[in-house]
Structure formats: C-alpha cells, structure tokens
Design a protein around this ligand. Structure first.
Ligand code: TYD
Ligand code: MG
Length: 493
C-alpha cells in the first residue's frame, strides 16, 4: 500500500536505545545493551561530514555522535573526531540579557477567539500563533481537530494570510466535503494531499507567496524516506517533526502539527514530540457529547491555564462563550448534583458535578470517574469515611463531570464530596430549586483548604443568581466551614 515499503533504497538509518543509548544497525525487540524491551528507535545515521548540518535531526543530533564514540560496537557508524579536540571550535560570546533586543512580533490571529486565547499573547502583540513556532494539536480521532484547523485556515485566508493545508489522511475531495460545511471562507484554503516528507517540504518552500501558516494533518501520516520504519512509528514521527521544525524556524512559518492520541495517550506520536515543539494543545471531550475543550499542556509563549470550550454542531465547531450559563441551565438539581465554581485559566466557569452511589454488586466496589482523577476520588471517599461519617465501603461510587469537561484543580474536592454525600443520603443540595455552588480543597485530616480566586468564583455564581454558596472560610472567620463535616452540616441543614 505504501510506496516506502517497496523502496529498494538501503535506508541510511541506525537504531538507538532510548534507555541506554546503545546504537545498532538493525532493530531488536530487546536492547542488546541494557536488555530493556521496545526501546530501540530508528534515527537517520550521522553522515561522515563534520560540522553543522551533519545531521538533520534536532533531538539527539550531538548525542548520537557521542554514542558512536562511546565504542558501542558500531564500527560502521562514522565517529568524527571532536572539533574541540582539534581546537577548531568557534567561541560564542555570552550576551547580557538586558542588552538582547527582543522584537515584538505580532501574532497571527486565527479568528477563532477560544483558539487564540489558548494560544496566548498580549495586548501588545495580539493573541494567536507565533510566527516560526511549532504547535502540536493532539486529540482522539474524530474529536474535531481537522474541523478546528480547517476553520482557522479559512479565517486566515479570508484575512489575506497565505496558508497551506497538508493532508496525509484525506483526499482534496474529502477535505472539500468537510470545508463545505464550514462555510465559504473555508473553501478558499489551498490543500495538498501528500505523505512524503521531502515532497511536503519542497512544496512548502516552493510556494509563492510563502505560507505564513501551515497545517500538517496529521504528523503520523507523513514519512521520511531515509528511515525504514512505518509512518507513525516513534522514529518517523520524531524525524518528521524535527525536519518540519527546521522549516518553520528558518522560513518563519507558524506550523500546526495535528496528532492523534489514543484514550491512554499511548500511541507513538504526540507524546514523543512534546519536548520538541513550542506549544502542545490537547483537544478533548467525548465524541458522543457536543462539548469539546481545548487546553495547552505546554506553551512557551503563553499560559497553560487557559481553556477554550467548543461545541460540535452541524456547521463546524462553535465557540461556547458563556459556558457557565449552559451548564447551570442544564443542571438537574437532583440528589447527587452540585455546581462547582471552577477557574479555567483567567475565566471562572460553573460546572455541574454528579454522583451516583449504589450498593456494590461485587467486591471490591467500583469507583468510576469521568472528568476527575480516580485517585482524587479515592482520597475524598477516605476522608468522607474517616472524618465525616459517610462510609461507602460497600457501595459503588460513580462521579461524572457534566458536558465532558475534565477538571484538574483540587478545588473540586468539596464539590465531589458534596455530590457523593448528597447521592449517598438521597438528599438534594439545591435550595428553592437553585443549585448549591461550592469549591474548596480537602486535606487529609478532613480540613477545608482555601483555594485561589475565591472572590471571582463567588462573583460568577452571583452573576447567575446563585446565592447559595459553600466554600472554605477564610482564616479567622469563625462562622464559616473549616472542615468537611462542617460543610456537610451546612449543606444539608
Ligand atoms: P474531524 O474534524 O474530522 O475529527 P478529527 O480530525 O479530530 O479526527 O471531525 C470529527 C467529527 O465531527 C466527525 O465525525 C464529523 C463531525 N462534524 C460535525 O458534526 N459537524 C461539522 O461541521 C463537521 C465538519 C464535522
Ligand atoms: Mg482529522
């Protein structure tokens, strides 16, 4: 199926162990050096020439040379004599940072507000993509990555920005079908369907005018002919990304790499690129649900706190600007339901958390979570049992964050504890059909710990007419709740 398989060219590649650095000519399942399994990764072999550009790969370029010098039993791999030893290495003059001139480079706005906010920026440079940067957009298949980048490119083209959409997954006909749904702007995007890395780079370099933004969809489908591994293998993905990074940096192109991750995030691909790229965005949610969140796991040019919320609709992704209103409006107010006042970056957001407690069918009882960390639930259940008299050892406990949102802050502890307690007692937390809003971290001794930005969280609740709020009392305040058991007393009084 793939032409690279039929290639008769001898691949000029080596296999390097990720654990111990052993270099081999052939791939081995078990590393001959350290006996670890599945640690050998294909790399382009260093060329005999000495000096810059001897290797195209970025990550580990110098490292391979050292490894070869280590005498790892790979005589055929040329080991150039150290330049420093020959006294030929040029000296680099250190500079004082205050004397370094940092040009204020304007960012390239994609025109999708939530996307630009997550990418970061400032009033001075605007929000959006940094020219010459490499952004990795990871997410499960079908989550809407192509839809998001397609809409972004459409907006850019409409604004007169030159772009290029490289698809290794779909034909132009298939892309057209999607873009027809996204509106007329998206139909103006120039596309190529290509999987050969050299050809993609040659095309990018030949474009006139030079593309300012280039999307690679996806990084796992491109292959470098110098390596024998299949597209998507660790060695291929690394080499593809490293070469694209050189193009991005040297030509000042903002490069968006789309990458698939499995539910466990285990697939060879995005995970191995995180150290290489400038920004890693995760596009998450459940395919069956309409809400999607976009957040930065790493951002050299901005905050990693911002979250963009989208909804997948008939005509593409729609930004959910007032997520709180949606979540509060849909809240059930039944036993087991509570509203958590979250801070998603600079933005407060009200999210419903639901719990279900039922007699356990089997031993050990089930702890099923959706949107929160399972270990965090275990901790909260232990504290509820030990310090608040809510023992659930014989019960299955299910916790769900509504709308497919994932919460990482420990400030959600109190909301989870109250939802579980409400479900266990089959008692509603809502007052006059207005849901209870809460937030707060729970400590191991059952104490409530204050969390950042309490005033902004409360203000968000007030904005939606929710005056019934429960959160850790500030130090010295005798009337407020200081422990989980006090919070339960108040919530159910
Ligand atoms: P897609 O962007 O192709 O996902 P990914 O690139 O992450 O694999 O699209 C995901 C799903 O979204 C697909 O099943 C179809 C659906 N969809 C809509 O509901 N509305 C739309 O306007 C578009 C373009 C897609
Ligand atoms: Mg896609």
């Amino acid at each position: 199926m793939f032409s690279w398989m039929a290639s008769t060219k001898t691949p000029d590649s080596i296999f390097v162990c990720n654990e111990c650095g052993t270099v081999e000519r052939k791939w081995h399942g078990q590393c001959p050096g350290c006996a670890q399994w599945n640690t050998l990764v294909e790399e382009v072999a260093p060329t005999p020439s000495v000096g810059k550009g001897a290797r195209r790969g970025i990550g580990g370029a110098g490292a391979s040379e050292t490894r070869a010098l280590d005498g790892t039993g790979l005589a055929a791999v040329p080991a150039p004599a150290s330049r420093a030893a020959r006294g030929a290495a040029p000296i680099t003059e250190p500079v004082i940072l205050s004397e370094v001139r940092a040009a204020r480079i304007r960012r390239i706005a994609t025109g999708i507000g939530e996307f630009d906010r997550v990418l970061g920026g400032s009033d001075a440079v605007g929000l959006g993509l940094v020219p010459g940067s490499l952004v990795l957009l990871g997410g499960a298949p079908g989550i809407g990555k192509s839809t998001l980048v397609g809409a972004a490119l459409g907006n850019l083209v409409a604004n007169g920005t030159s772009v290029l959409y490289v698809s290794g997954e779909e034909s132009p006909e298939q892309i057209r079908v999607r873009h027809e749904r996204l509106g007329s702007a998206a139909m103006g995007v120039p596309v190529i369907a290509e999987t050969d890395l050299d050809s993609v780079i040659a095309t990018i370099e030949a474009q006139s005018p030079k593309p300012e933004v280039c999307v690679i969809d996806s990084v796992q489908t491109l292959y470098c002919a110098d390596l024998s591994g299949a597209p998507g293998s660790v060695g291929q993905v690394r080499e593809v990304a490293a070469r694209l990074m050189q193009v991005a940096k040297s030509r000042d192109i903002a490069m968006l790499l789309v990458g698939h991750v499995t539910k466990e995030g285990s697939l060879a691909g995005p995970r191995v690129l995180e150290h290489l790229v400038d920004c890693v965005l995760h596009f998450e949610g459940e395919r069956e649900r309409t809400f999607r969140t976009l957040r930065a796991a790493k951002n050299r040019f901005g905050s990693t706190n911002e979250v963009g919320v989208f909804e997948m609709e008939e005509h593409g992704l729609v930004e959910v600007l007032d997520a709180s209103a949606r979540f509060v409006g849909d809240a059930t107010n039944n036993p087991g339901s509570v509203i958590f006042a979250a801070m998603e970056g600079t933005r407060p957001m009200l999210i419903e958390i639901q719990a279900l407690v039922s007699r356990a069918e089997a031993d050990p009882p089930r702890r099923v979570v959706n949107g929160i960390d399972r270990n965090r639930l275990s901790l909260i259940l232990a504290v509820l049992g030990r310090h608040a008299g809510v023992s659930l050892s014989g019960h299955d406990v299910f916790v769900n964050v509504v709308g497919g949102v994932r919460i990482e802050e420990p400030s959600a502890d109190l909301a989870v504890a109250l939802a579980v307690a409400s479900a266990a007692r089959n008692a509603v937390l809502a007052n006059d059909s207005k849901p209870l809003v809460c937030f707060g971290e729970i400590g191991l001794t059952g104490e409530l710990r204050p969390v950042p930005q309490a005033d902004r969280r409360v203000a968000e609740a007030v904005k939606f007419g929710l005056s019934h709020a429960l959160f850790p009392a500030p130090k010295g305040d005798r009337s407020g709740a200081h422990s989980v058991s006090e919070a339960l007393d108040r919530a159910f009084s």
